[in-house]
Design a binder for this molecule. Sequence first.
Ligand code: GTP
Ligand code: MN
Ligand code: MN
Length: 611
Amino acid sequence: MSDPTRIQIPAEIRNESIRTFVEEWGGVTEPDRIELVSATDDARLLGEALTAGELLPAGEGRYYARSHPKDTARSEERTVVATSDPADRGRYNNWQSASEVKPVITERMRGASRGKTMYVVPYLMAPTGTPLAAYAAGVELTDDRTVVLQMIRMARVGLEHFDGLTDPDFFVRGVQVTGDPDSLRHGTPEDARLFATIADERTILHYGSAYGGNALLGKIAHGLRQASYDGYTSGRFLAEQFLLLGIRDLETGDSYHVCGGFPSASGKTNLAMTLPPDALGERYRVDFYGDDIAWMWVDDAGRLRAINPENGAFGVAKDTNEGTNPTAMAAIAEGSGTIFTNTAYNHLTGEVWWEGLTPEPPAALDGWLDWTGTPIADRGPDQQGAPWAHPNSRFTIPLERIPNLAADAADPAGVVIDAIIFGGRTRDREPLIRAIDDLAAGVYDGLTLGAEATFAAEGVDGQLRYDPMSMRPFFSYSEGRYAQHWLTLLGQLAELPVFAHVNWFQRDPEDGHYLWPGYRENLRALNWLMRYRAGDAHGQPTPVGVIPTAEELDLAGLDITAEDLDRLLRIETKRWIEEAQHRQEHLQGLPDVPREIWDAHQSLSAALTAQ
Ligand code: GTP
Ligand code: MN
Ligand code: MN
């Protein structure tokens, strides 16, 4: 039993399993007080955070937060998946034995919340009533009020969400402890941060960060790592770093649903928020379902269905403006409740700014602070070229603020998937879009997704690396078994969605400009894919899939040179043969790769050399 003089568990928590969990970790981290929260506490917590200076006002109903300058992105190095079965070790999941990790992290957390409040955040990562609701319940314990406010925007928060559960004792147990950022020794061999998902115990222990995916445990740690493990061990579903959108053709009344994986900071949020280009705006609508995570299962009729487990969006600020993403601009407008993190901030006017919001930064420097809080006017000569906003600065908004949110976004039955796309930042080789009709070839394409690293994780921006299925930082078990799970589950489908690989980021080899204008124009590529699937477009077959002809793409009102278009719609065989060689090495480095995937690789390689 607890020592009541030391730790008071809120009486409103009547679920014994939650009480025991809170008691256990409260005993370790030793907060001064424990508080249960729900979404209805938002206004009060905002007020407290403003008073405490944790948040600053950023216009009517908008808020600004600055993270510790060393705590600005996910740390893949410090993130581990632990289980008691070494067979779960993958190429990328930093597998460790649970019996070794747990005591280490528990020691780091000991007494680390002294003087602070521990917030108990019960949540559901799913629309209420979905067939996967059993896997969606979680309780995050956090010692950071801003984390609570972000969780309220990103998940369905409150104990009432446990009411409909068949087993209210089956929930993910998450503990986030911030620690003292100044003594964590970020990036040194003694780095004390440790972010562990103990997947076979459904327990997430994160020490040393209050930022983004490191700290909002419902999102990545539960919604991706834990859920993909649960999906595999139950044999029932997939959990992917996928966007989820609908395309409606107002003329024909047809609608399609597309999901897909692009690595972090590669355009998922932007694509899900696409406003059709003016020339197509009369005819098409893009409906937002999700921008970062999809859970998918096979329904009784043999169709692939998907939901977005999240309730909000955590979007990249950089380059968001009225031209690139008017939908996001409307979503973050005054009165939206948006929390901006690590943008530049004007402490006199409450304005925020980031690179790309306007072509030039504000001319009058009065009151402007860069993302670290340094007055722009005081920055030394060595700082002149440095960005005002951190490149991974973000906005957090509830889904309900997104203007193109689908009317049925919270339908517990989800939507039927027509197409699965993969893509990333690839400066050459990858055409605008190539369609793939075969299951193994589609899964192989996802497994060999190569893209440039981005600032969303610590590491080298721009370096090419493989990011299988856009899940590299989120795998919880071996990549080969993961591929097998995809083949097995989708092998049950009565009708397979079409696969496709897209690339909005091909560059001119000479001057480096983007060949494709991107953003709102990306709908043109997806429209072609939908016509291809319907049999109304045929494209040109290549060894790596079917590519649209220039005539088949709807280019009305598009400003693009014939030369750039030509480059976007062809493949360079020589470059692809080199790539096939790299893929061979990449696949050899993954454990347990299924034979079907190797077969898909061999036939692609053979088709290329037969060219
Ligand atoms: P996470 O939220 O980190 O998983 O990333 P994401 O995939 O949602 O990426 P997001 O849509 O936020 O885009 C990241 C960056 O890519 C932003 O700076 C965008 O402005 C830029 N971007 C998105 N779409 C396009 C595009 O079609 N073309 C170009 N050139 N840039 C794009
Ligand atoms: Mn993401
Ligand atoms: Mn995103």
